[in-house]
Design a protein around this ligand. Structure first.
Ligand code: ADP
Ligand code: ZN
Length: 743
């Protein structure tokens, strides 16, 4: 019987949606298969089959698929459905989604499972003559006996006999290699390799936690809500024990044989949680984030695809791309966190949206949690799209911290400021440290100073490539651009007038650490910001030292506000609230509120009440009372009203379009053309085009406009995609960036 001819649409890892190819009769191809196809005259690419059809597209001669990589589809129908939603919603190609979604090693069929060497006894043990050879056999017997208690004997490859092989590396520990080789040569021992796992599979050993009364009530409410609605927003104050509630839900699902995706916004948070989860879940749980190796990534992907035992994935945003087959629950922890949004490269997706969509497609439930819900989620809860459960009591009846507001300007006038510290804060720090408690200091700027300035001519050094002033980093004695990373040595005198030394203005975390050396010379302090934590191990080091009390003061940027749980923090200092509140963005107030409440929440998480000292020059600003009372209702009402008045989310959708080009004129010309097309559409307001807040980045001029859209914006997206394709052909050197729901 001859096969019906088939054609396959193939997604390629490029900025296109893919092409159609003919399936030759000798190949078996399924939707989701990874295939190798020719492209152009000489190139070949690996791609994913997204659809099969009996006919070729009209008027097109299709080339043939060259090769199929795996005997099974590498991508599930649910994944393909999600990809297509992502590409449509976030205005990018399916190829870009493919590149982000499938682990690199699997994309090109280069993943090799780990092979591990084993040793088994296969011959006459009396052939062991020397003392060293006998010692090896003795060790073998010990290891094998231990293992035999746990596992059944296995068949040794090629020899067909049953045995209890041991790891070669274990056996050789402290033994003579040449004696070992002789035993192998004489046929006493036999070596063979077996596929093994790179995942460290721990066994669970600890019991699940017991919930407090308040947690129990919240859990019951969540369960009731899930009977009505698939999405629940859990609004629980800091240290209310949301994690334990998630764990209970996870337990239920795992016991039913289902799968859970537990999303966290930062790798930083996976470390603390990973231990906690592994203790109760053992090998059913893996962590998935940007710092695990390519090999492990591939192995986790395949394990899930083939349903080989992983039931819980604790991961950062890219884990929404994993091939779950039995997904029943998605937990989105710290749902308000902006780091869920991917900015560069495309797909510029929000992991919360992607996860909600994924859950919906799989028929799974979603539990969103936060102490400071995003205004959008809060609004959706008010409208009844999400069910809402509130938990306003801290675990163990710990009380919320006492917050004291200090007017920096006033303190300065009265000579009660020393560097960045008010006297009040210094006193509080002294008391706290003397009582054996720890201090967290929060300053939302890294580096030493904000910028440097010549006292004689007011010259301010700027980045060569970007339109921003440089930040002084004292440790390296360099001026650094926080946009592109450009750095230069700190000049000895002003490069402009040559007269004076440059003086630093404002302060960052590095300067705080230095000032602490003056006021608390004997106290150990650590810094937590991206400069010290580019490596996960370094990050973990800082957290560990603080958690075990080796360091007493932790100085950090917004990283210290992110769901970390320390039990001995008596005081949190917010050194300068102003730069957060004054940032020119419609979300600035929301962000400032969330950051301050979250960082305050790190204080006094156990029996004793913690303290927060909040330093600002605007104590009368409307955010301050909201932070003080930890009362968000009033604050959110004001914010929502403003958003409605000015047509911002959640009352409108926003899309930001940027064009980058080395020539200012070309950047302007391209952005004008795009804007003019979109302006013709109904229900759209175009703000701009104009220069971006930072008008030049890495020698590229940046022009942009902002769209405010009523309705779903389907027409606008289609228009933008079409314009982008056209203009990319017209001006190939222009970079066009479409950012849907930018943050
Ligand atoms: P949240 O995420 O709401 O800020 P956590 O889940 O980190 O709060 O809980 C705060 C602290 O209380 C943690 O140290 C946690 O271990 C502890 N805790 C919460 N619930 C329980 C429980 N049921 N049993 C034991 N300890 C708990
Ligand atoms: Zn720069």
């Amino acid at each position: 019987m001859s096969k019906v001819p088939q054609y396959a649409h193939v997604i390629l890892p490029l900025a296109v949606n893919g092409y159609t190819y003919a399936v030759p009769a000798h190949l078996t191809v399924q939707v989701g298969s990874l295939v190798c196809v020719p492209l152009g005259k000489t190139k070949q690419h690996w791609g994913i089959v997204s659809a099969l059809q009996p006919n070729a597209p009209q008027g097109v001669t299709c080339k043939e698929i060259l090769q199929v990589a795996y005997p099974y589809p590498l991508v599930t129908p649910h994944q393909l459905q999600l990809w297509s939603w992502l590409a449509g919603y976030y205005c990018c190609s399916l190829g870009e989604v493919f590149k982000a979604a499938v682990p690199t090693l699997l994309q090109r069929d280069t993943f090799k499972p780990l092979q591990v060497l084993y040793v088994a006894i296969t011959g006459q043990t009396r052939l062991a003559k020397t003392k060293q050879q006998k010692a090896i056999l003795e060790r073998y017997n010990q290891l094998a006996a231990k293992k035999a208690l746990l596992t059944e004997p296995v068949e040794v490859p090629k020899l067909g006999l049953l045995s209890t092989p041991v790891l070669k590396s274990d056996l050789l520990e402290g033994q003579s290699v040449s004696a070992f080789q002789t035993l192998v040569k004489n046929g006493v021992l036999s070596c063979f390799s077996q596929e093994s796992s790179r995942l460290q599979l721990a066994d669970s050993s600890v019991d699940w936690p017991v919930l407090s009364q308040a947690q129990q009530t919240a859990l019951q409410q969540i369960n009731q809500c899930f009977e009505q609605k698939p999405m629940v927003l859990l609004h629980g104050v800091t240290a209310s024990g949301k994690t334990e509630i998630y764990l209970q839900k996870i337990k239920e699902v795992v016991e039913q044989g289902g799968q859970v995706l537990y999303l966290v916004p930062e790798i930083a948070l996976t470390a603390q949680l990973e231990n906690r989860l592994a203790r109760v879940l053992g090998s059913k749980m893996v962590a998935y984030h940007s710092q695990i190796t390519d090999n492990k990534r591939a192995e986790i992907y395949l394990n899930l695809l083939q349903n080989k035992g992983i039931q819980v994935v604790l991961g950062t945003r890219s884990s929404v791309f994993l091939p779950f087959t039995h997904l029943q629950l998605v937990v989105i922890d710290e749902e308000h966190e902006p780091s869920y949004k991917q900015y560069e490269p495309a797909p510029r997706y929000h992991a919360k949206n992607a996860a909600l969509m994924m859950a919906q497609m799989a028929g799974a439930k979603t539990l969103l949690g936060s102490a400071t819900p995003s205004i959008e989620s809060y609004y959706l809860a008010q409208k009844g799209v999400y069910a809402y459960v509130s938990l306003q009591e801290r675990y163990h009846q710990a009380v919320l911290p006492h917050i004291e507001v200090i007017d920096r300007q006033d303190a300065f006038k009265k000579n009660r400021m020393k560097d960045m510290f008010s006297w009040y804060l210094l006193d509080k720090m002294r008391q706290t440290l003397q009582a054996g408690k720890q201090v967290i200091l929060f300053q939302n700027r890294r580096g030493f100073s904000s910028y440097v300035e010549c006292v004689a001519c007011n010259y301010i050094p700027k980045c060569k490539h970007c339109d921003v002033s440089l930040t002084y980093h004292k440790k390296t004695d360099k001026l650094v651009c926080h946009y592109c990373g450009y750095s230069m040595p700190m000049p000895q005198t002003c490069p402009s007038c040559g007269a004076e030394k440059l003086k630093d203005r404002g302060f960052g975390t590095e300067k705080v650490i230095e000032a602490l050396r003056n006021y608390f010379p004997d106290v150990k302090a650590d810094r937590l910001d991206v400069d010290v934590t580019r490596l996960r191990t370094q990050f973990e080091g800082v957290i560990k030292r603080f958690a075990c009390g080796e360091t007493q003061i932790l100085v950090g940027t917004q990283m210290v506000a992110k769901g970390l749980d320390f039990d001995n923090v008596g005081l949190v200092g917010i050194l300068n609230a102003d730069n957060m509140m004054n940032f020119p963005d419609f979300r600035a107030a929301e962000r400032a509120f969330q950051l301050m409440v979250q960082v305050s929440g790190r204080a006094g998480r156990r029996q004793e009440q913690g303290w927060v000292v909040l330093q600002t020059t605007q104590p009368e600003h409307y955010i301050i009372p909201a932070v003080l009372n930890q009362q968000m209702e009033d604050f959110y009402r004001v914010e929502l009203q403003e958003r409605q008045d000015f047509m911002y989310p959640p009352f409108a959708r926003i899309i930001e379009v940027q064009v980058r080009h080395k020539q200012l004129q070309l950047a302007s010309a391209v952005i004008e053309k795009m804007a003019n097309q979109v302006k013709k559409l109904p229900d759209v307001t175009v703000l701009g085009p104009g220069s971006a807040l930072v008008g030049k980045v890495q020698t590229y001029f940046v022009k942009q406009f902002l769209l405010k859209i009523k309705g779903t914006g389907t027409q606008v997206r289609a228009c933008l995609m079409q314009q982008m394709a056209l203009l990319k052909k017209e001006v190939p050197s222009a970079q066009i960036i479409i950012d849907v729901d930018p943050l």
